[in-house]
Design a binder for this molecule. Structure first.
Ligand code: SF4
Length: 273
């Protein structure tokens, strides 16, 4: 087999690309080195999946506009599908307790790692003066994942670690003390069951070492094997390149798996912001 092309100079890593590599090095190669576009639908029915993507995207946009000050009554009519309406009502009815917090929506932060950069796009970072620094991420999953599963996600590790490394711009030039940081996944369909992941200096150091180690490993890699865990293939768009089946996983089947399996929800259920 031909060697994969080298990582392009200036390649920027994200939680998605690191999650891809962690799930399956071959998927990372196909997506980011060979730059193959979506050759197969990830889940069936495809149209239903596309609708979910668009609704997730619109929901994020509504929340962003609301958080920067647009009145709720002007935005509410835009939540015009049953899912959007329900998520919006859940959002409006929930007290996020952010009075007095400086709020940064759709914030992008990045930091150098070797010859590359690591980048994250945050739905909301809310900073209480001298107090908590809260990272919010809105999730529109129809099933609530297990907390341990979310804790292990690259997103949870990247978002908190990167806020320590690159967040000085939000804190008068001072790095945030990691123990002020907390990441919160708020589930639009389970508004009263958010999950909170606090942070501390030990975790921060450990995460950053692990992330830089992983990025260095990928940068120097010339071999990207297929995952041995074929469950990950059912929802992967590159199945046909790997002889791991042609038919997509069923959306309902995916939903049934959400409570337990270690599959990449970001790929199948939601547009990244
Ligand atoms: S189909 Fe399976 S082996 Fe191939 S890239 Fe996707 S997850 Fe990896």
């Amino acid at each position: 087999m031909d060697e994969p092309p080298a990582l392009p100079l200036g390649f920027t890593f994200s939680q998605s690309s690191l999650q891809d590599y962690t799930d399956c090095p071959r998927r990372f190669q196909l997506r980011y080195l060979d730059q193959l576009k979506w050759p197969a639908v990830e889940t069936e029915p495809a149209l239903e999946n596309e609708r979910s993507r668009q609704e997730g995207q619109l929901f994020h946009r509504l929340l962003q506009q609301h958080r920067i000050g647009l009145p709720a009554e002007k935005l509410a009519p835009l939540a015009s599908t049953p899912d959007l309406h329900r998520w919006w009502e859940n959002y409006i009815g929930y007290d996020f307790k952010l009075s007095g917090f400086a709020q940064h929506t759709e914030l992008t932060l990045s930091a150098p790692v070797g010859t590359h950069r690591l980048l994250a796009k945050y739905d909301l970072v809310a900073i209480g003066p001298g107090e908590k620094v809260l990272i919010f991420d809105w999730k529109t999953y129809h099933r609530r994942p297990r907390d341990e599963w979310m804790a292990a996600r690259m997103q949870t590790r990247v978002y908190r670690a990167l806020l320590v490394q690159a967040g000085a711009v939000l804190n008068s030039g001072q790095l945030f003390d990691p123990k002020r940081i907390e990441m919160i996944y708020w589930y639009a369909d389970f508004p009263n069951e958010p999950v909170h992941f606090p942070y501390n200096a030990t975790l921060s150091r450990h995460d950053w070492e692990a992330l830089t180690g992983l990025i260095n490993e990928i940068t120097n890699h010339r071999h990207f094997p297929m995952t041995a865990d074929e469950k990950k293939c059912a929802f992967c768009p590159y199945r046909s390149y790997c002889n791991r089946g042609i038919k997509a996983g069923e959306g309902e089947e995916l939903e049934a798996e959400l409570a337990g399996l270690d599959i990449n929800f970001e790929q199948v259920a939601e547009i990244e912001f």
